[in-house]
Design a binder for this molecule. Sequence first.
Ligand SMILES: [Zn+2]
Length: 269
Amino acid sequence: MPELPEVEVTRRGLAPQLTGRVISGVAVREPRLRWPVTRDVLALAGRTVKTIRRRGKYLLVDCGDGHLILHLGMSGSLRVLPPETPAGKHDHFDLLLGDRMLRLRDPRRFGAVLWVAGDAAAHPLLAHLGVEPLSRSLNSGRLHALTRARRTAIKQFLMDGRRIVGVGDIYASESLFRARINPRMPAKRLSLEKSEKLSAAIKHTLRAAIRAGGSTLRDFVGADGAAGYFQQRYWVYDRAGKKCRRCGALIRKVLQGQRSTYYCPSCQK
Ligand SMILES: [Zn+2]
């Protein structure tokens, strides 16, 4: 599943290809995505792409008077291709831009293509999203304030998109390792000092993933292969029973809210 770093790398790959281009047409081959693709999406021709932003895992194609909201869902990928490229079975949506097009491939159809007139921030899907982890809004003071009175385990708190957006399973485990915090600790016990360490760890972990994905940027243009989800070397994620890369203790796996959490019992007491 694409996580925030994949979405951000996608944004960076697409932005120079799309910015300033006039939308020449739209092709919707399968409107039954996570939400139905509505008729207003078909009326985008003639608008100019001003820029592409990201909010959480949503990509926002800014057309001046509104935004095309794109989400990759469970299995989606976006590619810039020559406009005559034949569509495959799972190529559900094309945004035509003259001599190129943006194509959404989404085998499981959990992705989204939505139009919102005006300010995208007010859209129901975006209005309740939490703090953007790579922005200055996430800092030790904010994280400390957000965790007050939260009895939930810190790992699950991190994954709650209404508090902080886009920190998925992998990056929550990795960030907690880096900050040396036990994933089962109640969020409200996070000290100000640990808040500092954890907010820095979240940013570091996400940025490292984005850097790792930077080498796959070319895959977003021209290629037509599998989605460019990138492999990384993890400290704890998916390493149960293996030696901690820092101390040599064996990494443990526990279930939290039906999800696996990985941690080092020695580094994260
Ligand atoms: Zn360790």
